[in-house]
Write a protein that binds this ligand. Structure first.
Ligand code: G4P
Length: 527
């Protein structure tokens, strides 16, 4: 009877097309939540016909913000937080990682670490999240496995410890060896495009049968590779993994299911249960504590145009959540009754009966909540806040009707407080006009839609040529001096913190390297 100890809350970090949807499906397949892979994608497509999400979402055929998959697997309750990757990459994708307790880094075996993986990895590192690595698409020729792992280490500074090792013949993945117990998993194709579990034969790698099945040449080669791996790196160490200093690594193919099962088994054994969480007061909240607490990491607006409600995503951190309970919003001091809370399965919302630390609950919000708010039974703790992440798209908002200026300012302010966009104020431009900035361009579409439908302000955006922002700390006069460059501008965020906007990552890197007195932060420092 330890509901918290059974929870595993995690996210998959990857670049688009690495195979996240395919791997997610296989998790559901092996966990028994679905019987034939292919149904998640099919449902995703068919749901658009009946979806009552905002019209814009329908037009573009993508989900505006991410959802949560909850399912039971091997006696555990898994919460898989979706991190949208394609056009819908946004600040919410980063924020979702603040609600996860571990991450699976999914790599394409030809491409290794790609841009989006790196950005998401940086957020995981910020939180010292334990990271599993799955090298996908090994059913077709890719980079040499040792070279790939070296590249990951050089790129991210994260050593990878292979737990399984691939056995490749030409362009075929014959199987993997599980290094800790030297079990050889030999695969055979099912001929059903990975809809059902892979056919696997397990045998001791050091047995005569293994040598016979692989053939002496391949067996000898793999034996030597295993010997080299054993000599090169220490065995897997759970403490190092929990400290985010090493990543247990797996090879396989989500498409054919090869190598997926040993990965999942290891994941179930090693993924951390919900840990304690830090507060601004300095103490840590025990996830098994009696008093309820949680924090809002995302707010999704207007999912149902008929109700124009908003859905706040609450990560439970302690206590037992029950529908209808009354909690305190620590920031505003107000009590809120949490009526009609919801749980998620893909994009279907379901009624919820109870939730524990690690779970994510959707609660209706009429504008009382903000990203980062702590909700708790006693109202006496405040979780560490949710930081702002460097935006990559910047614009000025233009309204045709000057009488609507005030409405615009109010709308922008409220939407930024909610966490939908960031606002920056320029020292040079007179007046209160703010620059709006977002991580993903879809946030701009959402902004315009909401300005028009919620605030009655039809507006358009004039893009600005900046590509990155960095919060800067250091001597004020130095910061002002740095703001005077042709390829950058000095602005302030809503909390008056100085921020430099750059026209290119290159310009930023150059300045960063030449100015030791000033520190550059990709994530807003909590000062
Ligand atoms: P994403 O969610 O990370 O964007 O990736 P997704 O799973 O949609 O996979 C992207 C493409 O890569 C898909 O091909 C998918 O079938 C393929 N893929 C995923 N895992 C593997 C794998 O292990 N091996 C190989 N060879 N391919 C893999 P597609 O042609 O774009 O789509 P589809 O027609 O197959 O759905």
């Amino acid at each position: 009877m330890d509901p918290v100890g059974k929870r595993r809350t995690f996210a998959i970090i990857s670049h688009p097309d690495a195979g996240k949807t395919t791997l997610t499906e296989k998790l559901l397949l092996y966990g028994g939540a679905i019987h034939l892979a292919g149904s998640v994608k099919a449902r995703r497509a068919s749901r658009h016909a009946t979806s009552d999400w905002m019209a814009m979402e329908k037009e573009r055929g993508i989900s505006v913000t991410s959802s949560v998959l909850q399912f039971t697997y091997g006696g555990l309750r898994l919460n898989l937080l979706d991190t949208p990757g394609h056009q819908d990459f946004s600040e919410d994708t980063y924020r979702t990682l603040l609600a996860a307790d571990s991450a699976v880094m999914l790599l394409d075996n030809r491409k290794g670490v790609e841009e989006q993986t790196r950005k998401l990895f940086d957020v995981c590192r910020l939180r010292t999240l334990p990271i599993f690595t799955f090298v996908n698409k090994c059913d077709r020729v890719g980079e040499d496995p040792l070279k790939l792992l070296d590249d990951v280490e050089a790129d991210l500074g994260l050593p990878c410890t292979p737990i399984t090792w691939p056995i490749i013949r030409g362009s075929d993945l014959l199987g993997v060896v599980e290094r800790p117990n030297r079990t050889l998993h030999l695969f055979h194709r099912q001929g059903d495009h990975g809809q059902t579990r892979a056919g696997v034969h397990e045998v001791d790698f050091d047995s005569p049968e293994a040598a016979e099945r692989l053939g002496d040449e391949i067996h000898d080669r793999v034996e030597e590779e295993l010997y080299l791996l054993d000599a090169a790196a220490a065995p897997f160490d759970r403490e190092e993994f929990f400290a985010g200093r090493v990543s247990p690594t797996f090879f396989g193919s989500a498409l054919t299911n090869f190598g997926v099962e040993p990965f999942l088994r290891f994941f179930l054994e090693q993924a951390p249960a919900p840990p304690s969480r830090g507060t601004r007061q300095g103490e840590r909240v025990d996830p098994r504590g009696d008093a309820f607490s949680g924090f809002v990491f995302k707010i999704q607006a207007n999912m149902d145009p008929k109700h124009r409600d908003r859905l706040a995503f609450l990560r439970v951190c302690s206590g037992r959540f029950e529908p209808g309970m009354t909690v305190k919003n620590v920031r505003s001091g107000r009590s809120i009754r949490l009526a009609q809370p919801q749980q998620f399965l893909a994009q279907e919302r379901q009624k919820l009966t109870e939730a524990w630390a690690g779970d994510v609950v959707g609660i209706h919000d009429r504008g009382d909540l903000r990203v980062g708010d702590t909700l708790s039974a006693n109202g006496d703790i405040d979780f560490e806040g949710i930081p702002s992440f460097s935006p990559e798209h910047f614009a000025r908002t233009i309204v045709a009707d000057p009488l609507k200026r005030k409405h615009l300012d109010r709308g922008l302010r409220q939407l930024s407080e909610e966490g939908a966009v960031q606002l920056f104020y320029s020292d040079e431009v007179a007046g209160p006009q703010a620059l709006v900035a977002v991580v993903g361009p879809l946030q701009f579409d959402v902004l315009l839609h909401r300005l028009e439908h919620e605030y009655g302000v039809p507006a358009r955006l004039e893009p600005l040529a900046y590509k990155e922002a960095r919060w800067v700390t250091g001597p004020e006069e130095e910061i002002r001096r740095l703001g005077r460059g042709y390829d950058r501008s000095l602005v302030r965020d809503q909390r008056e913190r100085p921020v430099l906007l750059f026209r290119s990552p290159w310009a930023r890197r150059q300045l960063e390297e030449s100015e030791p007195e000033v520190t550059f932060h990709a994530v807003a420092p909590d000062v």
